[in-house]
Ligand binder design. Structure first.
Ligand SMILES: C[S@@+](CC[C@H](N)C(=O)[O-])C[C@H]1O[C@@H](n2cnc3c(N)ncnc32)[C@H](O)[C@@H]1O
Length: 653
């Protein structure tokens, strides 16, 4: 929103405008501007506007403001000037005034790039979402190519209850956003779930109509459905179709067949987390028999793909291998369930490996993530467009504390230790001028990451299969290290930390994510339940465990139903079946920091929590007092429900 607009000036005459004081120390004489120009004559209107925009682009907001005000005071009537001045007013919180100026820009040139979007943002910030959506819609009719815009709009929709909007408007926008490839599936599902609220669709006939809805089909292919109601509905449909095909009671109509393909996508991306009844297992046997006896019906393949990934069935049902189609929808399914896996196997053969994985716990953890790479992700926001210098990014995260190292002059070496399936690596691309290395135990996680990078055309990230304990073999030191959700899965987190610090440069920064004992009370109870009953970790038991929670047999764990991780197999495993898990309290974290002579720089937490903390402890201006935070957590035990995510620096060693 803050970047200035640059297109050519508008033409229509507009009414007189009044500039508003902007709280910057402006020079007194606004009439005397010097413009960088070779010409000795008075600068032209165009030159003044260009200079204003140049200052704005360079982040010289005071100078830019002075020039915009000059233009406004001299009746230049240029839409860009109105828009950019409005943008500056918005950035300093003068929203009503920003609205006036951006509306002037629209009046002069309704086709000006970004103008509707920017007005939508201001209206949203003025708490007028119903008006804002009109401008977002207008923007999307023309173009929604900018990643930042689609990201903003998807968050806007996700946060504002659909009930206040027209359903058709949401459908229109969701249809566009779904194609974007860069919006995470939880945000998308949040919008979807508000649009198709199954609680309100009680009638079975009405529910059946959903099978013909194209947006639902597309959504099944794009996002993980993290709702119990949807899961129940989809399981029922899956069982019904499976029974029809096994019994050969009728052929499927086209729309059912299409829905089945989309459902197969969904079942694959949720890693076949849905519970499967004995009846269904019998149907599956019958279907496999039919296929091996030569029955040619592509729906049989699609329904099986709702229960098992097709790459696993190729040996058992050889005709799948020769199955070909010219339909894009079918080919997308074959790519997802066979092609991608083949690629990952090939990529895993070419992975760089370093050292050995000898530690017994590392071996166990590796096996877990070899079997089920985690996290499984589909889309990611194109962070490349948001590049920031590391100090700026860290400062945003540790706010209100501030660090001021100089990260601008050299290439920044960044290590992501325990990078999993690569999502965190891509987020690290936000660091400007950086060179990123990801290391990880599991080769399937790394090949998943590499396949995604290839698809996204990213070829400048080094991925290495190795144990954190052997990091010194890299013979490299890093300016920044991130290790989120990793050390607590090692035999000794302390040893893991030492290995990380060995490869962190002096004055380097380390971002850690560690589980909080307090926040994981219910999860620990589930882990105890699983351990005390000797429940073996496998997909069948994970499904059974979920089903007991859905059925109300384990009411003490019903809060998991709201947890997005509960809707993939690897997610449930990570949540409560993990082979190795440590949890910490803030006293232990403080000790760890002191023992290793580190400086605590601050937590990554939502602004609402930091504001509340400031009310309790106004004297802690940097919000870095861990004893205060321990008291805060005592009062608000779910503060660190995700993890303790924080930055430390190695300045003291
Ligand atoms: C919960 S996942 C988190 C992945 C990633 N950091 C993220 O936030 O998306 C933990 C990852 O740490 C890796 N890991 C655990 N112990 C490790 C070790 N000793 N060396 C390297 N990687 C390790 C696991 O293989 C797993 O992929």
């Amino acid at each position: 929103m803050d970047s200035p607009s640059q297109k050519g000036a508008g033409k229509k005459k507009i009414n007189e405008v009044k500039t508003f004081p902007v709280p910057f120390p402006l020079e007194k004489n606004q009439g005397n501007l010097t413009i960088n120009s070779k010409s000795p004559s008075k600068p032209s209107k165009e030159q003044i506007i260009s200079q204003a925009i140049r200052f704005h682009e360079q982040g010289k907001i005071i100078e830019a403001t002075k020039y915009y005000q000059y233009c406004l005071n001299h009746d230049f009537n240029d839409p860009i000037v109105f828009l950019n001045y409005g943008t500056i007013l918005r950035s300093i919180g003068k929203l009503k005034k920003a609205e006036i100026f951006i509306r002037k820009a629209i009046n002069i040139d309704p086709n000006l790039q970004d103008v509707h979007f920017k007005l939508g943002v201001v209206l949203n910030e003025l708490n007028r979402p119903k008006e804002a959506i009109k401008y977002f819609l207008y923007e999307s009719y023309t173009s929604l190519d900018n990643t930042k815009k689609s990201f903003y709009i998807s968050n806007f929709l996700s946060e504002n209850y659909q009930t206040i909007f027209d359903k058709e408007d949401i459908k229109y926008l969701l249809n566009i956003l779904i194609k974007k490839d860069n919006i995470s599936h939880d945000i998308l599902f949040n919008i979807f779930n508000q649009l198709y609220d199954l609680e309100k669709i009680l009638d079975d006939k009405e529910k059946k109509l959903l099978l013909h809805d194209q947006l639902i089909s597309k959504s099944l292919e794009r996002m993980i459905f993290t709702s119990q109601r949807w899961e129940n509905f989809l399981r029922k449909i899956r069982e019904e179709i499976c029974s029809i095909l096994a019994n050969g009671s009728r052929v499927l109509i086209n729309s059912e067949s299409n829905f089945l393909i989309s459902l197969a996508h969904q079942c694959f991306i949720n890693e076949y987390v849905y519970y499967c009844t004995n009846k269904e297992l019998n149907y599956i046997k019958i279907i496999i028999n039919k296929m091996n006896k030569g029955e040619k019906n592509k729906d049989l393949i699609f329904v099986l793909a709702c229960y098992y990934p097709l790459y696993k069935l190729i040996e058992l049902i050889p005709c799948i291998k020769s199955f070909k189609s010219t339909e894009i929808k079918i080919n997308n399914l074959l790519k997802l369930q066979i092609g991608d896996r083949k690629q990952e196997i090939e990529l895993s053969k070419r992975l760089k490996k370093l050292g050995n994985i000898n530690d017994e716990i590392s071996k166990k953890v590796m096996t877990q993530y070899e079997n089920r790479p985690f996290p499984s992700w589909r889309n990611i926001f194109d962070i490349d467009k948001l590049k920031k210098y590391a100090d700026q990014k860290i400062n945003d995260e540790i706010n209100p504390n501030i660090i001021s190292p100089n990260f601008k002059s050299k290439k920044l070496k960044v290590l992501i230790a325990g990078c999993g399936t690569g999502q965190q690596v891509l987020l690290a691309k936000e660091y400007k001028n950086s060179e990123i290395t990801g290391i990880e135990l599991s080769s399937s996680s790394l090949s998943y990451a590499q396949r995604k990078f290839n698809e996204l055309g990213i070829n400048n990230i080094k991925l290495i299969q190795m144990d954190i304990l052997e990091l010194s073999l890299l013979k490299e030191k890093f300016d920044l290290i991130e290790s989120i959700g990793v050390l607590h899965h090692m035999k000794s987190p302390e040893e893991g930390l030492k290995a990380l610090l060995e490869v962190l440069k002096i004055n380097g920064f380390l971002k850690l994510g560690l589980y909080s004992k307090k926040a994981r009370g219910t999860i620990q109870a589930a882990r105890d339940y699983i351990e005390s009953r000797n429940i073996e970790v496998n997909e069948k038991n994970i499904r059974k465990f979920r089903m007991s929670i859905f059925n109300g047999d384990l009411p003490e764990f019903k809060s998991f139903i709201q947890e997005p991780l509960f809707y993939t197999v690897s997610g449930v495993e990570d949540l409560c079946f993990h082979t190795q898990e440590w949890q910490f309290n803030l006293f232990e974290i403080q000790q760890m920091i002191e023992t290793n002579k580190l400086d605590f720089k601050g937590f990554l937490l939502p602004q609402s929590i930091k504001s509340l903390y400031a009310k309790y402890f106004p004297e802690d201006k940097t919000q870095t007092n861990l004893q205060n935070w321990a008291r805060f957590e005592e009062k608000h035990p779910s503060t660190f429900a995700g993890m303790y995510n924080f930055w430390v620096s190695k300045t003291k060693i």
